[in-house]
Design a protein around this ligand. Structure first.
Ligand code: XBP
Ligand code: MG
Length: 233
């Protein structure tokens, strides 16, 4: 097996269970703030998660459930405003400390740093959400531990497209064989595999039951991952 030189982490659902109690209530708060009677309950949100990206998810929902709003001339602007409000609400939740890291995440990051592994992020969410989560959970210096942070709209196509992984690999100047992607969902796994990466999957309540047959390993959480057995530099 080629030497492992870098770990590339997904964020939402992988570093922390951010979806149900973070992004979801933030979307709902943004809808209420804009006078919309849209409410995404836990079950509906699980279905909407197959659409990656917050703006894309709002657009998808509106097209199906409020076509008269989606057809208005100012709809693009509304999506932008809703997403900006949602990000503001989400950041407040993250900064309150109510979204802890999943078990084993902090220990793996620490261990990787001890092994001089390079660290990167490949996510669909916005860059400020990533920085806020790292700061709130690992401390103010933590975003500096990640050499490359690929996030949000820096690429044209979101996961399951491989674009964000290509973007990150290019900046790490490493071939995919020397990296390991860590994901929680079939969309993320598909993106990583399409970029030629090995992918470790740690599913959560929303993604358990998805197809992970192309994963290198599927573990309940990162406490079960043995980095020392990986043959790092
Ligand atoms: C995460 C997402 C994101 C978040 C919301 O996917 O789909 O859309 O739910 O983030 P992944 P934004 O974990 O596969 O990257 O609202 O900031 O887009
Ligand atoms: Mg994810």
């Amino acid at each position: 097996m080629p030497t492992l030189q870098a770990l590339i982490f997904d964020v939402d659902g992988t570093l922390a269970d951010t979806e149900r109690d973070g992004h979801r209530p933030a979307f709902n708060a943004a809808f209420a703030e804009h006078g919309l009677n849209w409410h995404w309950d836990e079950r509906l949100y699980g279905e909407l998660l197959t659409i990656t990206g917050g703006k894309e998810r709002i657009r998808h929902y509106a097209t199906r459930h409020a076509p008269e709003i989606a057809a208005r001339p100012g709809f693009d602007g509304l999506v932008r405003d809703l997403h900006a409000a949602k990000t503001r609400h989400y950041l407040r939740l993250v900064e309150s400390g109510s979204l802890p890291l999943r078990p084993g995440v902090a220990a793996l990051i620490r261990q990787a740093r001890q092994h001089s592994l390079r660290l990167a992020i490949a996510t669909t969410t916005t860059p400020e959400n990533v920085t806020a989560l790292l700061h709130a959970t690992l401390g103010a210096e933590a975003s500096g531990w990640f050499e490359v942070i690929g996030a949000g709209d820096s690429v044209p196509n979101k996961k399951p497209a491989p674009d964000i992984y290509h973007w990150v690999l290019e900046r790490l100047t490493l071939p995919p064989e020397n990296c390991l992607a860590i994901e929680d969902s079939a969309n993320g796994l598909q993106a990583a595999r399409a970029a030629g990466l090995r992918c470790l999957v740690t599913p959560n309540d929303y993604t358990a039951g998805e197809d992970f047959s192309s994963a290198w390993q599927v573990l309940a959480d990162l406490r079960e991952f043995n980095l020392a057995a990986m043959g790092t530099r």
